[in-house]
Structure formats: structure tokens, C-alpha cells
Design a binder for this molecule. Structure first.
Ligand code: PHE
Length: 357
């Protein structure tokens, strides 16, 4: 059964989606605003081609919800939102540039209801352009492109450390094997940080040359994408697309910890329980991957001190440590502890739902 736009919208728990069709390229633009009680929505813009436009809409909705939890979880007063630009497979560079400009104009028409940063398929240069046209790019310094990827990687490293400590009693990377899936904007710098910390790397990417590039820089072994479920590792770090943890894959995992940067790693919340039942420690994705959002929202508010930015990102490690302990004490998945923490912030600081009162 194919799900239509109206079914998908009816089933969603978010506030609204602003939809536009770019006739010059055939691209669909979906700006999903999930929960704006904490403030105007902010989140990345993902650009990708999907089997059908409605799949882009579904992705935008799921990612927007992830941003609601992410901002609330780190105590930043932005609402949860995300944009997806569903592009045709054969979009050329020139057509893409025009599309980015028209997307920026679209954000102007929304007058700040959505502010954005990079996500899969968009670049810091795109954001500089979008910022110049619209003023609605988060975290630009003097209009210059900035890359949140290294901050996200730093947060993931702090999170993996906390997970190692909780699971194995020591935060030491020596002799620990980490499987990094996806050597992109976050996975690549993460591999560098892990190598520096003394971890043994297993690298896999659908584009094998990306894994090879990381191997040349940081060492480790390259694993073919279809062979990754056969690899024994202490940590599996998903750093690419979502939903890699599901009822089919969880029984096949050969790791003690899942801790990576991908958004929406679980196909559904029930998968958190499946991981727990297998004794695998799961670092909730929107907590461990919040480093870029944390750093860029702080930059947005005027923070320029690199040491302080890094310290804020490193707090992700201590937050996770607390969640792991709380969850272990309650005999539940860390996902629940993370959700409670985010809810507390939303309840304490969120205004009334739009339209209420
Ligand atoms: N794309 C980032 C994420 O998924 C969000 C982000 C928002 C990054 C704003 C930079 C600025 O977390």
C-alpha cells in the first residue's frame, strides 16, 4: 500500500508542514515544524533523492520530531523542525544552485518560523548562501561557512567514552574495536578522534572509496557494506542513514554498545527494548549526536570562545552517564531516561501549545 500525503499528515503528531514544489527542478520542499513550544523551529536541511516525494515528507517529519527531543534534551530554546528537499536523481550543479537560492527565498517567506543548518546532502557553503539570502541560517560567523560535523563528532566521542565506562567499567579506548558506519561529515572526523584515542577501527560506507580515504588517514580495516553485520566490535557507531536498528538487524548485532551520530537510528521505539533485552547499551541518538546543534546554537547566541564551545559539547558525555545510570537503576532503556529529561525541560520552559488559551 502506498501512503499518500494526507494519510501521512493525518498520522503525524507534529504541528504542521509547509510544502512547496520547485517546478524548475521538480524538487519537493518540506519544512516540518514538529513542536514550537520552546521557540521558533530550527534544524538541518537534508537534500536527497527518495523513492517517492512522500518518503521525503515522512523523513522530514521523523527528523523534525528528533530535533524537538534534541533541543529539549540539551536545554536550548528552539522548536523542533527539519527541512527535506527531495530532489530528482539527476539534478545538475547549476540546477542545484538555483534550487538552493529558491529554498532560501522560501525561508524568507516563512519569516523565521524555521531556521536551518547543514544535514545530509547540504554543505556549509549552502548555509552561507542561504544565510546571505534569508538571514535564517543558524551559527554563521560573519556570514562565513562553518561545519558542525567536527563538533558532532566530538560529542559522539564523549558519548562513546561514557558508554564504555558504563558497560565495561573503564573509559579507555585501548584495544576497543569500533565499527564506524558512514564516513561522511561526522563519521570521518569521528574516525580521526577514535584513532587518536587508541581505538581499533572498522570502517564501512556504501561508497567504499569514502571508507578507504578514512583508512588511508587513520588506519583500520575497510569492511564491505554487506559484510558489516559479521564484524565483532565493542561499539557500533551508525553515522549515516537512520533505521539501521530494527527487528531484522538487532538479533545480528555483535557489539556491546550502539553509539553513533545518525538521526533516527531506531526503526521504532520498541527497538530500544530489543537492544536492552540483548544486553546492548544504546546511547539515544538525539542526545549523543547533539554536538553540532549545541555548538551552532551557542555560536548563534554569540559564543565565540572555542574552549567554552568544546566544553559545552563535552557535557554530552556527562548527560549520557547520568541517563545510563538512571536507566540501569530503573531496569529500562536509556531512551526512556532521555525522553524524561527532555520532557522535563519542555514542561518547564515550553509555552502553551500554539492555539491554546
Ligand atoms: N543537522 C543537525 C542535526 O541533525 C542540526 C543542526 C541544526 C546543525 C542547526 C547545525 C545547526 O543535529
Amino acid at each position: 500500500m502506498t501512503r499518500g500525503f494526507l494519510d501521512v499528515t493525518e498520522a503525524w503528531n507534529g504541528e504542521s508542514v509547509v510544502t512547496a514544489f520547485d517546478s524548475a527542478t521538480g524538487a519537493w520542499i518540506f519544512v516540518a515544524l514538529h513542536d514550537t513550544r520552546l521557540g521558533p523551529a530550527a534544524g538541518g536541511t537534508r537534500m536527497a533523492s527518495y523513492p517517492a516525494p512522500v518518503d521525503g515528507l515522512i523523513d522530514a517529519m521523523r527528523l523534525a520530531e528528533g530535533m524537538t527531543w534534541k533541543w529539549a534534551g540539551v536545554g536550548v530554546r528552539f522548536g523542533g523542525g527539519k527541512a527535506v528537499i527531495a530532489i530528482p536523481d539527476d539534478l545538475g550543479d547549476e540546477a542545484r544552485a538555483g534550487l538552493v537560492d529558491r529554498y532560501a527565498a522560501h525561508l524568507v517567506s516563512l519569516r523565521g518560523a524555521f531556521q536551518t543548518g547543514v544535514d545530509m546532502g547540504t554543505t556549509p557553503e549552502d548555509m552561507a548562501r542561504i544565510g546571505a539570502i534569508s538571514g535564517y541560517a543558524v551559527g554563521l560567523v560573519d556570514g562565513k561557512p562553518g561545519d558542525p560535523g567536527p563538533y558532532t563528532a566530538r560529542g559522539v566521542l564523549a558519548g562513546i567514552r561514557a558508554a564504555l565506562e558504563h558497560r565495561f567499567g573503564e573509559a579507555n579506548f585501548g584495544g576497543r574495536a569500533v565499527l564506524v558506519q558512514g564516513l561522511g561529515d561526522v563519521g570521518f572526523p569521528l574516525a580521526g578522534l577514535l584513532a587518536e584515542a587508541g581505538a581499533t577501527l572498522h570502517l564501512t560506507d556504501l561508497r567504499e572509496e569514502a571508507a578507504r580515504r578514512a583508512q588511508t588517514r587513520f588506519g583500520g580495516t575497510v569492511i564491505p557494506a554487506d559484510g558489516m553485520w559479521e564484524v565483532d566490535a565493542d561499539v557500533y557507531a551508525p553515522c549515516a542513514v537512520g533505521a539501521t536498528l530494527n527487528p531484522d538487524t538487532i538479533p545480528r548485532l555483535r557489539c556491546g554498545i550502539v553509539a553513533g551520530s545518525a538521526n533516527n537510528q531506531l526503526l521504532s521505539d520498541a527497538d530500544a527494548e530489543r537492544l536492552r533485552a540483548r544486553g546492548i547499551l544504546y546511547a539515544p541518538d538525539y542526545v549523543i549526536n547533539a554536538g553540532g546543534a549545541v555548538a551552532f546554537s551557542a555560536i548563534h547566541r554569540g559564543e565565540r570562545d572555542e574552549t567554552r564551545l568544546r566544553a559545552r559539547v563535552d557535557e554530552i558525555g556527562s548527560s549520557l552517564r547520568e541517563m545510563f545510570e538512571e536507566a540501569a537503576g530503573a531496569g529500562e532503556s536509556p531512551l526512556h531516561a532521555a525522553r524524561r529529561r527532555a520532557r522535563r525541560f519542555l514542561d518547564a520552559h515550553g509555552g502553551p501549545p500554539p492555539g491554546a488559551g
